[in-house]
Ligand binder design. Structure first.
Ligand code: NIG
Ligand code: FE
Length: 418
């Protein structure tokens, strides 16, 4: 058995015997143990506690010992919303935006998602896999241990299936925990601009049956937004997905008060994601539900939109998670450290709230909290060991520095930032 003993940990962060989804005030409670040890056996957290409780039996185990003096050990980030599989970057549109065009204007010119869809349909499955694999490796070095990945740049039967097969292969080959989401309803392909129903029929009649048959997705997503999919269309597509066992996780209230939050709540969605544009009704609806609100602050940052109203959501008692939205159009970074930094700096989340939202609640937003998202006996040893830091608050405070010393995925050290 492979064992690693980490000793003299300055602070072991997010230690839990029970791991309920956290809402409202609970988000600010981040249980920690100072001067701690943690034992990894194979791919699992086998034991932890205070250094003085480290039994001589554990000390004598044939284990690699890592002295973590001055450093923090956290659960790896759980990034519950990404579009990691794409064929090409879109920095030209970035320049167009610097020159004054809006996201919606770029989309209307056939740029944006449609541009990514053209590129994706031209790329081979192997090319897409290799590009996504490199991105995944980089994210693992940045501390991401679990990730949700969406389709949605195919927008044709073959393109959507190709994307989902790439995600399935990533799942099979990567040590990260990966969840797949079918986002055929990301936008309308140009040829369906005036016949929305025909595209919805294709999603329901041609894509979903194959996705179900090949077990290509865990969730279904719809971009519920003015100019994209209406709440009614969102409900139709999600209900069809549910028939095949796919639970909804939807894009809601990014650009407009789209009704997406209420639609997601009514559908029993696992999460409603984005939430830049919220009003009292949407906040109350989310607070009174089991649905997690997933905030994507790097998308708001990159698009120069108002940030998500994290404080109002927390004060209303919502369960919120943080994710990167990694995609070539609105968040060309999957760096969860930056997501945590920006959440504290721009949304006034407390460090404890941001860390809980980016670990345990992120795990809940992918339904993998039973195995990830906290330091708990029996959970998978996906862990971040920081460099020496003065305190926990230094993590969001010191934005732009890479504070990660080592990352463990399934108990194994992955890459090194030395
Ligand atoms: O989550 N809003 C819709 N989808 C992505 C953007 C996709 C793109 O621009 O390529 C998002 O922000
Ligand atoms: Fe997204």
């Amino acid at each position: 058995m492979a064992a690693t003993l980490i000793t003299n940990i300055k602070q072991l962060v997010n230690v839990r015997e029970e791991w309920p989804v956290l809402r409202g005030k609970e988000l600010a409670e981040l249980p920690c143990i100072s001067n701690a040890y943690l034992l990894i056996e194979d791919d699992t957290i086998a034991a932890y506690g205070k250094m003085e409780e480290l039994s001589s039996a554990t000390r004598l185990m044939p284990a690699e010992v890592i002295d973590a003096s001055g450093r923090l050990l956290l659960p790896a980030w759980c990034d519950s919303h990404t579009h990691l599989v794409f064929a090409a970057s879109r920095e030209n549109e970035f320049i167009d935006k610097l020159k004054g065009l809006s996201y919606a204007e770029i989309a209307a010119r056939g740029g944006g998602i449609l541009h990514s869809a053209r590129k994706l349909n031209e790329a081979s499955e192997d090319e897409l896999f290799n590009l996504a694999w490199k991105r995944l490796e980089e994210l693992a070095r940045l501390g991401t241990g679990a990730i949700e990945i969406k389709s949605g740049y195919g927008l044709t039967v073959s393109g959507e299936l190709k994307m989902l097969r790439v995600i399935k292969k990533l799942k099979q080959r990567s040590k990260l925990t990966i969840k797949a989401t079918f986002l055929g309803a990301h936008t309308y392909p140009l040829e369906y601009k005036n016949d929305h129903q025909a595209y919805i029929d294709q999603i329901i009649g041609e894509m979903l049956p194959v996705i179900a048959q090949e077990a290509l997705a865990d969730y279904i997503d719809v971009f519920c937004e003015t100019g994209f999919f209406s709440p009614e269309e969102t409900a139709t597509i999600c209900k069809a997905g549910k028939q095949y066992g796919l639970k909804p996780k939807i894009h809601a209230n990014q650009l407009n008060l789209s009704g997406g939050v209420q639609t997601g709540v009514a559908l029993g969605a696992i999460s409603v994601d984005h939430l830049e544009t919220m009003d009292e009704h949407a906040i109350r609806s989310l607070a009174g539900s089991q649905t997690i609100g997933t905030l994507l602050p790097t998308a708001a940052f990159f698009l120069r939109m108002p940030f998500q109203p994290a404080r109002a959501l927390i004060d209303a008692g919502c369960a919120i998670a943080l994710a990167s939205d990694f995609n070539p159009g609105s968040s060309p970074s999957g760096n969860m450290n930056l997501v945590v930094n920006i959440s504290c700096i721009q949304m006034k989340m407390l460090p404890e709230e941001a860390i809980n939202a980016a670990t345990l609640n992120g795990a809940w937003a992918m339904e993998c909290a039973g195995t990830l998202g906290s330091i708990s006996i029996g959970k998978k040893a996906n862990l971040i060991l920081t460099k020496p830091v003065p305190s926990l608050a230094y993590i969001p405070y010191s934005f732009g520095s890479n504070l990660i010393d080592m990352v463990f995925i399934g108990g194994e050290r992955t890459g090194s930032n030395h």
